[in-house]
Each structure stands twice: as structure tokens, then as C-alpha cells.
Ligand binder design. Structure first.
Ligand code: B12
Ligand code: SF4
Length: 494
């Protein structure tokens, strides 16, 4: 059996980092871990190939080679997915779909032969058996949330690692909180399940043996969802990093209550975590209450500073469009982002995702207008908002314009660098050649071609004076700022 695994194309969003990747000479931020994990569950005798449409084109010969095509998708990838299914069906291939889009959507699904809803660890073996017996079903729905002990090490070797800016591994699934707008808890549950320490170290070994050096994103919904297990994992990760001289810089996602646990913060710093994405959403208490984000309590600014003081850059998600948002919400978000020194602030408009508590409430209130695009920066709503939608869009665009204007952005970066300054060694993976090539690309694009070059040189000279030892970090953030500015220009005009 020959299986072609295809990851559909992403549109231009925050997380695509599309305008920053060329500086590094990369095509895509992360490989499709879901597909690589599914691949590892297929019988070893089957032949497998990966085509990630974000790094390469799908050739007709790829489709012709395959007996079956497996594809994954998030909501934002649905147009590319539909096109892919049509192409494969036109060549009479058996098509198998899975991932968050087909798991939660209420829309009519593309004409695929088999649909997997939920996690595949228990359903895939059944499908393989049914296929052998000639009785494979159209839909496979996981009846339970499988323990991650069943999750094999992903087939990382199928991906062309050089095309990606970072690698992904997963430690846990699920989150114990109950934010109203979140679909994670509906898809992956509220009881966080984790891998064992041995599983994690084996995945780190695999990436190291494949020659990977650089950033590794631990793609958990909430890395500290199961604190007891994380506390046991971190000393082992630290030992592994030390033995291998810190080949990986770690980043992850966590709830903001991470700030309340200093021993945990210290262990994360020691294990090599340098960036953490947190969901702050809003500085407005009533809106947090409405969104049932009870874990974001107390002084949110202090929480951010606490995490930064352990050497971790804070990235964060923000939302406007809650029913309780006051008229000055836009300025309050701008002020908060400025004072928090969060360079990569991902501000989105509230949208209701299928199956979430928010979706159900809006349906009850008769305010739902249909399925969202899944891209929360596109200026549309899929429900009737309390505030005038035109005002919301205008205010949202003003936030984006302000926080990604070069002076404002670079000032946040400088403050973030100051707050995260630590005595630890830089991770041991900067390649001199890559460093010099990226440096010249950044200097040429941002320092010569770009109309905002004056601001860049002001930032660069300040970084050299104040943070000479972290110049690679400063330039990475300058490149990221360029991505966000380009996106905000595009969205502000849409
Ligand atoms: C890492 C991650 C990313 C990464 C990398 C994505 C990639 N290349 O695969 C990045 C950072 C790029 C990303 C971006 C975005 N993401 Co994202 N991301 C995640 C995250 C945290 C982990 C994904 C992952 O690797 N999981 C590990 C694998 C093993 O799990 P899995 O993918 O679910 O796969 C299992 C099953 O689903 C199933 N399966 C999956 N595919 C297939 C295919 C077949 C054929 C079969 C049989 C089974 C199967 O089997 C697997 C094993 O059980 C998830 C949350 C989550 N828990 O999954 C959100 C998530 C997928 N992302 C989400 C969103 C909204 C986004 C963004 C739109 C955010 C934004 N506004 O910018 C962007 C869009 C992408 C872009 N570039 O423009 C949503 C999707 C919601 C939806 N219903 O579509 C999720 C669920 C999180 C959330 N609720 O916010 N994301
Ligand atoms: S903390 Fe994050 S992952 Fe957990 S329920 Fe809230 S939004 Fe979802």
C-alpha cells in the first residue's frame, strides 16, 4: 500500500510567519505533526510520502504514485483541502481525512471516502483491519480520548527538516480550564493527558539524530495543564539538554497562571524554554468573566513580568468583541500591550467556533450567523455583536496599526529584551553561515529597502549598545515585527 500524506496550504495569518521566514531561508514555520503521527501508526510495510503544500507543490505524479491519500486540516485550510480532495478524486484515489476541521465543522464535508473525527490512536487500527476485510466505513469517530502512551513517535524523517524554521513535539493534550470560546477542551477534553518522560526523551533523541538543531515547539494546548507530571518531566529534559549541550531552544503554550508557580518557572528556564505563548485575551475584568477565563485573575501585568523575569519572552493572544467590552477597549488593549512588553501580541476578533460553549450560547440567544473562517484576523464576525460591528472593526484595525507601527514595536522589543535578560548561555545551535546569511538579508531588507529603515537603525544601534550578547534574538524579533507589520497593513486595508 502506498500512502501520500498531504498538508493543505495555510492562508497568511499570524502564525504563518510568512513575511519573516524568507530572512531565515525557510518555507514554513512548523511541520504537520498530526500527519507525521498518523503516518507512524500505519503498518511498517506500507510506503509513505509527505507533501506539505506550504513548502512544495503537489505534482500529478505524486497523486498517481499513491493508492490512498491522507490529509489533515484546520478550519483555515478548508479551501485548499477541498481543492486537494477534488484533484485526488478526479484520479479515483481513495481519500482519508482527519484533524480539527473535519472533527468539529458543521459544514458539508468534501467528497472523501473516509472521515476520522477526533484522535486517531484507537480508530486507525480498526480502519486498517476493516480495510483488509473490505468493509472500511465512511466515518470513524473516537469513542474515547486515548492515553498518549498509545501515541507513537512521529515519522519526522518524512519531512524535509531544512525547509522548516522549527520542529514540533507534543507532550500533552487537553486543558483543565473552561474558557467559553475555546474548542480545545471540546476536541481534546478537560483532563490533560501526557506522554511519559521516556517518550519525550526518545522524541528529542530522534530529532537530534536527524540533525535538527534549533527551536522545538512543544505544541501542547496548555503545557502546565497537568502540573504534577510536568514537574517530573522538567528535570529529565534539563539533564538531556545539558548532556547534549543545549541543542534545542524550547517554546510552548501555557495558561497565565504559570506566573504563580516560581519553582516551575525556574525549572522551565533550566530546561531551555525561552518563549511562552499565553492567552491573556483582555485586560477587562468583566470580559474575562464573560469568557469564563477565571485563571486570568489578579494583576495580569505583574504575571507577564514574572514570566519575563525567568528569561522567557512572552507571546500572547488578545481578543476584542466580547459582549462586555467597553467603548474604550481598543485603547485599553493598546496600553496593556505597550506596558507588558509583549513583542508578538496576536490580537484577534472574537469568533465562535463550532461545538464551543460560546457557539451554544449564541445559538440559544439567536445570534449565530454561520461558521467562521477560522482566521480571527479577517474582519468578519459569525455572530451578532453587542457593539456596532463597524466600530469594532475600525477599533481593531487601530490596535493593529498602533502596536505594529515600527517605533511602538521596537520599543516593546527593547523592553522585553531588558526584562528577559539572564545569565544563561545562548543555546548551542547558531550556525555561523546561516547567521551571516540571515543577517545580511535582514540588514538589506529592513535597513536599506524598507521605508521604515530609520526606525530599524535606531533599534539596531540600541540593541548593539544594550543587548550586544543577544543580537541574534534582536534580529529575529525585528524580522517578526516585519511579518506582523505586513499582515496588519494587509488587514487594515481589507
Ligand atoms: C501546533 C499548532 C499549530 C502550528 C503548526 C500547525 C501544523 N503545521 O500542523 C501553527 C503555530 C503553525 C498553528 C497555526 C494556527 N493554528 Co494551530 N494549533 C496547533 C496545536 C497547538 C497543535 C497541533 C498539533 O501538532 N497537534 C499534535 C497532533 C498529533 O495532533 P492532531 O493534529 O490533532 O492530530 C491527531 C488527530 O487530530 C488525528 N488526525 C489529524 N490529522 C489527521 C489526518 C488523518 C488522515 C487521520 C486519519 C487522522 C488525523 O490524528 C492525530 C493523532 O491522534 C493545535 C491544538 C491541538 N491540540 O492540536 C492548534 C490548532 C490546530 N490551531 C488552531 C488555529 C485556529 C490556528 C490558527 C488559525 C491561529 C491563527 N489565527 O493564526 C493558525 C493557522 C495556521 C497558519 N499557519 O496560518 C486551532 C484549529 C481550530 C479548528 N477547528 O480548525 C487549534 C485546534 C487550536 C485552537 N483551538 O486554537 N497551529
Ligand atoms: S486556557 Fe487556553 S486551552 Fe485552556 S480552555 Fe482556556 S483557551 Fe482553551
Amino acid at each position: 500500500m502506498k500512502v501520500l500524506l498531504v498538508n493543505p496550504e495555510f492562508p497568511d495569518t499570524y502564525w504563518s510567519f510568512r513575511h519573516a521566514l524568507p530572512f531565515e531561508g525557510k518555507r514554513c514555520a512548523f511541520p504537520p505533526l498530526g500527519l507525521l503521527t498518523v503516518s507512524a501508526q500505519l503498518p511498517p510495510s506500507w510506503k509513505k510520502r509527505l507533501v506539505d503544500l506550504n513548502v512544495e507543490r503537489l505534482k500529478r505524479s505524486d497523486i498517481e504514485w499513491a493508492d490512498m491519500v491522507f490529509a489533515t486540516a484546520m478550519l483555515v485550510q478548508k479551501e485548499s483541502l477541498k481543492e486537494l480532495v477534488q484533484r485526488c478524486k478526479a484520479r479515483e484515489k481513495r481519500v482519508v481525512l482527519g484533524g480539527p476541521y473535519v472533527t468539529t465543522t458543521i459544514e458539508e464535508l468534501p467528497e472523501a471516502d473516509h472521515i476520522f473525527k477526533g484522535e486517531a490512536e484507537t480508530t486507525l487500527p480498526r480502519f486498517i483491519e476493516d480495510l483488509g476485510n473490505g468493509c472500511a466505513k465512511r466515518t470513524y469517530e473516537a469513542p474515547e480520548r486515548p492515553p498518549l502512551l498509545l501515541t507513537p513517535q512521529a515519522d519526522f524523517h518524512l519531512a524535509n527538516l531544512k525547509r522548516y524554521s522549527a520542529m514540533s513535539v507534543q507532550y500533552s493534550r487537553g486543558c483543565p480550564f473552561s474558557c467559553e470560546f475555546c474548542d480545545i477542551i471540546e476536541i481534546y477534553g478537560r483532563v490533560p493527558r501526557t506522554k511519559t518522560n521516556q517518550q519525550m526523551l526518545a522524541e528529542f533523541d530522534a530529532l537530534l539524530n536527524l540533525g535538527w538543531r534549533g527551536t522545538v515547539f512543544i505544541v501542547d494546548d496548555n503545557f502546565i495543564g497537568n502540573k504534577k507530571n510536568v514537574r517530573q518531566l522538567l528535570p529529565d529534559l534539563t539533564r538531556w539538554q545539558k548532556v547534549h549541550q543545549y541543542p534545542f531552544t524550547l517554546i510552548t503554550e501555557s495558561s497565565l497562571n504559570l506566573a504563580d508557580d516560581e519553582p516551575l518557572l525556574a525549572s522551565m528556564r533550566d530546561a531551555g524554554f525561552r518563549r511562552v505563548f499565553v492567552g491573556i485575551e483582555t485586560p477587562v475584568e468583566e470580559s474575562l468573566k464573560e469568557g469564563q477565563k477565571s485563571q486570568n485573575r489578579g494583576d495580569l501585568l505583574n504575571s507577564v513580568k514574572k514570566i519575563q523575569s525567568y528569561g522567557m519572552e512572552v507571546m500572547a493572544g488578545f481578543i476584542v468583541g466580547f459582549d462586555n467590552d467597553p467603548m474604550d477597549i481598543f485603547q485599553r488593549q493598546i496600553d496593556f500591550i505597550r506596558r507588558s512588553a509583549i513583542p508578538l501580541a496576536m490580537v484577534g476578533l472574537l469568533n465562535a467556533l463550532p461545538e464551543t460553549q460560546l457557539w451554544k450560547r449564541l445559538e440559544r440567544e439567536g445570534r449565530l450567523l454561520g461558521e467562521a473562517s477560522g482566521n480571527n484576523t479577517v474582519c468578519t464576525f459569525n455572530f451578532k455583536t453587542r457593539m456596532d460591528p463597524a466600530l469594532l472593526v475600525e477599533g481593531y484595525q487601530s490596535i493593529m496599526r498602533t502596536i505594529y507601527s515600527p517605533r511602538e514595536y521596537y520599543d516593546r522589543v527593547l523592553l522585553s529584551l531588558r526584562r528577559t535578560a539572564q545569565e544563561f548561555a545562548e543555546p548551542n545551535h547558531y550556525s555561523v553561515v546561516n547567521g551571516i546569511t540571515s543577517l545580511s538579508r535582514i540588514l538589506f531588507r529592513l535597513g536599506v529597502v524598507d521605508r521604515e529603515r530609520k526606525e530599524f537603525w535606531r533599534f539596531f544601534s540600541r540593541s548593539l549598545v544594550r543587548h550586544r550578547d543577544r543580537i541574534a534574538e534582536s534580529l529575529r524579533l525585528a524580522a517578526m515585527g516585519y511579518h506582523f507589520r505586513k499582515l496588519s497593513e494587509a488587514y487594515a486595508e481589507s
